[in-house]
Design a protein around this ligand. Structure first.
Ligand code: NDP
Length: 258
């Protein structure tokens, strides 16, 4: 009992290829590194260069390469997914993570600003899932797609105003459940991840008052770190979650309990 090989077998991603979007920084960068440590070869995709993520993985002895694509651009997404197959022959895991989170009152938000948030956070997730799901289906790969939602898919954050973000993330959560059902016949699992506040470049610009307002509402009384999401993604990606599909995994320090 207690052999490390048992845990290794349960959670190992060895021999698998993982595509991570928004991998140049923040949660995507940290999770890409974690997936590589669990054995996956990682394609770090971002709008700009994710070379630093690739270098950190390679320096630690892992396998990775980067691709640039804007997840809102259908042709770029299709080309990137095809390129992953061309280079590695497979895509087993997708961490569909790229996203933006502007704060703006609904009354002040232009249609173009609304569309941009929905385009990146929801349509981008759909385009990446569609491109990679198709390739998995064509090749008979029983893959795992993990879409980045948020606790904002369920609750309304305060005091900041972010109607478009909340609506887009609620869309991601339900899109994930829908694809989980649609692609279950192919053995493809689709889940979503819903973090609470995580200290990344997306949120470092907030005022001390805002930080205090957030942390006072979190039962664990602190923001999370990107490292605290790695295990959740590895779990959903791995054989340990082979019977888990259509689930929304919440990692929020207890925020949504209140
Ligand atoms: P960051 O802003 O730190 O990183 C997001 C990455 O996504 C950046 O590298 C960004 O590139 C990239 N990106 C943005 N738009 C596109 C696009 N159109 N195409 C390709 N890449 C793009 O954010 P986080 O790491 O904090 O967030 C990652 C995900 O987690 C997001 O979906 C976010 O909504 C979600 N999330 C974050 C939480 C948090 O508290 N931080 C909480 C819950 C969910 P660029 O630098 O060029 O913009």
């Amino acid at each position: 009992m207690g052999e490390s090989s048992y845990l290794e077998q349960l959670f190992s991603l060895r021999g698998q290829v993982a595509l991570v979007t928004g991998a140049a920084r923040g949660i995507g960068q940290t999770v890409a590194f974690g997936l590589a440590r669990a054995g996956a070869e990682v394609c770090a995709l971002d709008r700009l260069d994710a070379g630093a993520t690739v270098k950190s993985i390679q320096d630690a002895g892992g396998r990775a390469f980067s691709l640039t694509a804007d997840v809102t651009d259908e042709a770029q997404v299709e080309a990137a997914a095809t390129e992953v197959i061309r280079r590695t022959g497979r895509i087993d895991i997708v961490f569909n993570n790229a996203g933006i989170g502007p704060h703006k009152a609904a009354t002040e938000m232009s249609a173009a600003e609304w569309r941009q948030v929905v385009d990146v956070n929801l349509t981008g997730v759909f385009l990446v899932a569609r491109a990679t799901g198709r390739l998995m289906i064509e090749r008979g790969i029983r893959g795992s797609i993990i879409n980045m939602a948020s606790m904002s898919a369920t609750i309304v954050n305060v005091p900041q105003l972010q109607a478009a973000y909340n609506a887009s993330k609620a869309g991601v959560r339900h899109l994930s459940k829908t694809l989980a059902v649609e692609w279950a016949p192919y053995g493809i699992r689709v889940n979503s991840l819903s973090p609470g506040y995580i200290a990344t470049p997306m949120v470092v610009g907030i005022s001390p008052e805002m930080k205090q307002a957030w942390e006072s509402r979190i039962p664990l009384r602190r923001m999370g770190t990107p490292e605290e999401l790695v295990g959740a993604v590895i779990y959903l990606a791995s054989g340990a979650a082979s019977y888990t599909s259509g689930h929304d995994l919440v990692a929020d320090g207890g925020y949504t309990c209140l």
